[in-house]
Design a protein around this ligand. Structure first.
Ligand code: CU
Length: 172
């Protein structure tokens, strides 16, 4: 009986962190569409506050515009895309590849959201999952790296630090 209870407790303990990782508020979106990515940060790095958040923009996600956030400085890391995209008649061959929020301090006990508007281009593979790797940095070099991308046949639950996931749906 006790053994049973311990096994169940271990399962719960193992599953619990999944609720608090850096995740997207809306985890499904139609392709193509304008998508508002809201990254939810539910805790710091083992007790330490979050002082920097870096979000990598996956290929096929363009026209990235972060929402200004009081108390935080935003840096846009730009670079070339793997192809040229058509954005409402404008060819885009380069753009934002990474968004970095820094200068703030989010206590471990608090919750906050980091927002960017994006455009999901028509060529993105409908039916699959798109991953946004996120690195959460804390003082003294501490960090949580939400960058694991599941291999085929595995799910997010198989990983301890999965990247933020967005399921791509066909246009209705
Ligand atoms: Cu977590």
């Amino acid at each position: 009986m006790l053994k049973h209870f311990l096994a169940a407790a271990a399962l719960v303990a193992g599953a619990a962190p999944a609720l608090a990782h850096v995740t997207l508020e809306t985890q499904e979106a139609q392709v193509p569409s304008t998508y508002k990515a809201v990254f939810r940060v539910g805790h710091g790095c083992e007790g330490k506050p979050t002082i920097r958040l870096r979000v990598q923009v996956p290929e096929g996600v363009i026209s990235v515009r972060p929402q200004p956030k009081p108390g935080w400085t935003i840096e846009l890391v730009k670079g070339p895309y793997e192809q040229t995209y058509d954005y409402y008649g404008t060819p885009l061959a380069e753009g934002v590849k990474e968004v970095v929020w820094s200068g703030g301090s989010l206590p471990d006990e608090y919750y906050d959201e980091f927002v960017m508007r994006t455009y999901l281009t028509p060529g993105l593979p409908v039916g699959s999952v798109l991953y946004f790797p996120v690195v959460q940095e804390c003082p003294d070099g501490a960090a949580e790296r939400w960058i694991e991308i599941p291999e085929s046949g595995k799910s997010l639950d198989d990983y301890e630090t999965p990247a933020a996931a967005l399921k791509l749906l066909p246009k209705e």
